[in-house]
Design a protein around this ligand. Structure first.
Ligand SMILES: CC(C)(COP(=O)(O)OP(=O)(O)OC[C@H]1O[C@@H](n2cnc3c(N)ncnc32)[C@H](O)[C@@H]1OP(=O)(O)O)[C@@H](O)C(=O)NCCC(=O)NCCS
Length: 129
């Protein structure tokens, strides 16, 4: 979190700047593709955390859309993130609401099911247009 390349989007209350509502931690990184000679430029979301009372009001969507715009502005290939399979709410949020799909290097996309089931996470991504 203290890496020099780490960037934050921080949401605060309009009326009280000390009242933090949540944050998104991201970094511009290169990730492998299935073709190991190729790399993708990724805007990688490492954390998205909102306080409980700030959830389900569209703030998560707002921050992720902002991140997507940043990625597209800098001509990155995609926005990417890791989500635990057990976090069903977040999984639904990214896939159903925001249109993220299993990335090609995610266990569920690139491994046979009997191997993929041993992983407790998936990698999701959305191409920048
Ligand atoms: C996941 C999170 C970032 C979503 O942000 P948010 O502002 O609450 O989400 P939004 O209000 O933009 O969207 C809510 C939608 O996402 C889904 N969703 C989000 N969190 C959910 C949850 N815990 N359970 C069920 N559905 C959830 C809902 O389906 C909802 O859809 P709807 O608008 O059709 O009702 C936020 O709930 C959060 O901080 N959760 C705890 C931390 C976490 O899990 N972070 C993700 C780590 S990968």
């Amino acid at each position: 979190m203290t890496a020099q390349e780490a960037r934050y989007l921080i949401a605060r209350s309009v009326t009280n700047k000390d009242d933090l509502k949540g944050f998104l931690l991201f970094q511009m990184v290169q990730e492998e593709l299935m073709d190991e000679d190729m790399m993708a430029n990724c805007t990688y979301c490492y954390e998205l955390q909102l306080t409980e009372n700030a959830r389900n009001h569209g703030l998560g969507e707002f921050l992720m859309n902002l991140l997507y715009q940043i990625g597209c502005y800098w001509k990155m290939d995609k926005v990417m993130l890791t989500v635990f399979k057990a976090n069903e709410g977040a999984f639904k949020f990214y896939t159903k609401k925001l249109g993220f799909k299993l990335d090609e290097i995610s266990p569920g996309a690139c491994l046979p099911r009997y191997k993929a089931k041993h992983f407790d996470y998936e990698l999701l991504s959305k191409p920048c247009k």
